[in-house]
Design a protein around this ligand. Structure first.
Ligand SMILES: Cc1ncc(COP(=O)(O)O)c(C=O)c1O
Length: 357
């Protein structure tokens, strides 16, 4: 994948000419910039391990006692990584939206002021699709006396590849003091085999890698051999769709997610959709058969639908019709009260008898 091919197409002749003249220079600059980063192909679970490992390995050099901070809504692979590396892990509370609660983060940092912080920032949480406020996390770290004593890994498994196309999404860039970003290739892009990409700074990789003589190269991986087809699928798909194609797909996902959320609410089903997300969270369907048929991921009282490019309005309508029909039998046409899910999705989104306006 070359980044130039994913830039928006030039919209004027003048712009085209300028691009041609500066093309060579730009390409050289980009090449140099790329040398600062490294890309690897694994799935995001392994990349959590890798991201945290990158953080730990770097801090281990200087500070052997770093603490991993991750919000309670972080993917389970983050906590698994902490167990595997036997690193102390502090869970940080979240807001109802699923976004990290920076007040609670600040409190937790104050309790461990003397130890460096390795922080997992979610660019789209697994269940609620919440995007942590990266700038606020950085500000909280700096204000709490952690300047130059922190490492941030951004977990963008699903939403990391959609974010660049969402207007109001926060900027994730290596101009900010982050250590690594990971994305899955089999989610938004739809690669047929599990894979992912991690971008990190070359200086961090140096702490992890070692020379392997028979390979005639350095190894910086956890797994060793990797799937060579995955990068080809990613490269092919991204190039076939191009910048505009990806942008249109993201917009379609967001539009369809809004449609689903609005229709659920219109049908009296409590539902929430985070502003930057295409993950619709709603009341857990009562019938297990329905949950299995639609392969819904459930957690406690809620379920979610992740609206991806393959999800059409027709499919959503079929889902909604079936859900409404089943619900009327589960709740005997309103004679039985549906559960309150305000704690999961907020008072405004819950449509139980107590919160319905
Ligand atoms: C936020 C987040 N991180 C990591 C993962 C793990 O991704 P993968 O399937 O690539 O292992 C997921 C999967 O849903 C996720 O939502």
């Amino acid at each position: 994948m070359t980044r130039t091919e994913l830039q928006p197409p030039p919209n004027s002749t003048k712009e085209k000419k300028r691009k041609e003249t500066h093309g060579k220079k730009e390409r050289k600059e980009k090449e140099n910039k790329r040398k600062k980063e490294i890309e690897l192909f694994h799935c995001s679970s392994l990349l959590s391990l890798y991201g945290i490992n990158t953080g730990i390995s770097n801090w281990r050099e200087l500070f052997p006692d770093g603490i991993l901070y991750a919000s309670t809504e972080s993917h389970y692979s983050v906590f698994k990584a902490a167990r595997m590396y036997r690193i102390e892990c502090v869970k940080v509370d979240t807001q109802v939206s699923g976004e990290i609660d920076c007040k609670n983060f600040r409190n937790k940092l104050f309790q461990n002021k003397e130890k460096p912080a390795i922080v997992n920032v979610n660019l789209g949480t697994t269940v609620k699709g919440a995007v942590d406020d990266l700038d606020m996390v950085i500000q909280t770290l700096e204000e709490s006396g952690f300047k130059d004593k922190f490492y941030i890994h951004c977990d963008g498994a699903l939403f990391g590849l959609m974010m660049p196309f969402v207007k109001r999404a926060p900027k994730v860039t290596f101009k900010k003091p982050i250590g690594s970003v990971s994305v899955s290739g089999h989610k938004f892009v739809g690669c047929p085999m599990p894979c992912g990409v991690q971008i990190t700074r070359l200086k961090h990789i140096n702490a992890l890698s070692s020379s392997v003589e028979y390979l005639a190269s350095r190894d910086a991986t956890i797994m060793g051999s990797r799937n060579g087809h995955a990068p080809i699928f990613l490269w092919y798909t991204l190039n076939r769709k191009g910048y505009r194609g990806c942008q249109q797909e993201v917009q379609k996902c967001l539009r369809n997610a809004h449609y689903l959320k609005d229709q659920l609410k219109a049908a009296g089903v409590g539902a929430m959709l985070n502003e930057l997300s295409s993950t619709v969270v709603f009341e857990r369907p009562k019938g297990e058969e329905f949950v299995r048929r639609w392969q819904l991921a459930c957690q406690g009282n809620i379920a979610h639908v992740v609206v991806m490019p393959n999800v059409t309005i027709e499919k959503l309508d079929t889902f909604l019709d079936e859900l409404v029909q089943k619900r009327s039998s589960w709740y005997e046409d309103g004679k039985i009260a549906s559960p309150c899910i305000a704690a999961d999705i907020g008072d405004d989104n819950c449509l139980c008898s107590l919160h319905k306006k």
